[in-house]
Ligand binder design. Structure first.
Ligand SMILES: Nc1ncnc2c1ncn2[C@@H]1O[C@H](COP(=O)(O)OP(=O)(O)OP(=O)(O)O)[C@@H](O)[C@H]1O
Ligand SMILES: [Mg+2]
Length: 310
């Protein structure tokens, strides 16, 4: 597959192009890569990550090719998504931003197979026409904890659905509670939890699906700024440990930049990919990076692609 190499963030003006991965490239850090029109784009900066370790030479975990979706409801025709093409590499953290109604949640409903596209293809591990249900850990936009079940019994639902006996499921989930800061709340009911704790419980439930791809729809949307930051760092720590492939929807441009390897910007409805920014920030992310000049520059680029004057 041809690989196009780009300077820091200059995805439109590649410095050189090659048809194979040269050996000496492996001493550089590639922040992220993505497929477009059959070319693999990768942003290079100084560092020491092997390209294979970020999946550059492998098949995308998830790929959408020219996916469109229109809804017909109550006599109305709503064109939600139009010609969406994107690929997510294994272990990548892709964030998605876009105005309300631009089809972000619809994108997840299509990926998980809850909806079918009108046209286009969705590939999992390079395979088209595969049954998509059950391949993802999906956290929908609302946390959807069951009010009549305790925290522990909420988070074991994916295990129970897989036929694991409840006592075994509880034992397994209980071991994970400390990592999610919920060890003292196993027997509490959702109504007695704070917003942040509810989100952490919903995330734990998503992670207990034990899928290697997580689709998180505004998981921190309803939280105050402080709790949100805490959970962002906590999620990054978790991702650095387990390296699942993550697609993360948010309204918050700063959050998208701080978390993501790349940020996909959707246009107003019908949602199209208006920009795909390869984030120029090292890993692991640290709060102080928000003060870096390149953070501000990339924030401006993202806001501009959202049509916000900066
Ligand atoms: N099942 C459905 N039936 C009819 N219309 C739908 C359906 N699901 C979504 N839509 C419409 O498709 C458009 C995109 O909705 P979607 O929920 O994907 O947007 P979103 O980008 O997630 O918005 P938000 O940021 O507010 O969550 C909206 O106009 C919505 O009304
Ligand atoms: Mg939504």
């Amino acid at each position: 597959m041809p690989i196009r190499l780009c300077g820091k963030n200059k995805t439109t003006t590649p410095k050189r192009e090659t048809t194979e991965c040269p050996d000496n490239l492996c001493v550089y850090m590639a922040q992220a890569g993505y497929l477009l029109d059959g070319l693999f784009y990768v942003t290079i900066s100084a560092g020491d990550i092997n390209l294979e370790s970020i999946g550059i030479m492998s098949t995308p975990k998830l790929e959408l090719r020219n996916v469109s979706k229109t809804f017909h409801a109550n006599g109305m025709v709503v064109r939600a998504l139009e010609n969406i093409s994107l690929a997510v590499t294994p272990g990548e953290f892709l964030t998605v931003i876009g105005p309300s109604g631009s089809g972000k949640s619809t994108l997840f409903n299509l990926i998980t197979g809850l909806l079918e596209p009108d046209s286009g293809e969705i590939l999992l591990d390079g395979v088209v026409d595969v049954v998509r249900a059950g391949h993802f850990g999906y956290m929908p936009q609302r946390d959807l904890l069951l009010p009549w079940r305790s925290v522990l019994d909420n988070v074991i639902i994916p295990l129970e659905l897989r036929g694991i006996p409840r006592t075994d499921a509880r034992t397994r989930a209980r071991q994970m509670l400390p990592m999610f800061g919920l060890e003292d709340f196993a027997d509490s009911y959702p109504a007695s939890l704070s917003g942040g704790m509810r989100q952490r419980a919903a995330l734990l439930r998503t992670i207990l699906t034990e899928r290697d791809t997580l689709l998180l729809d505004e998981p921190f949307g309803a939280l105050d700024a402080l709790t949100r930051r805490e959970l962002q760092d906590w999620l990054l720590g978790l991702w650095e440990q387990f390296r699942q492939t993550v697609v993360f929807i948010t309204h918050d441009v700063e959050e998208a930049l701080y978390l993501g390897d790349r940020v996909a910007v959707l246009s107003p409805r019908p949602g199209r990919v208006a920009n795909m920014l390869a984030v120029d920030l090292p890993r692991p992310r640290r709060r102080g990076m928000i003060a870096l000049p390149q953070f501000g520059r990339q924030m401006s680029e993202l806001l501009e692609s959202l049509g916000v004057e900066v």
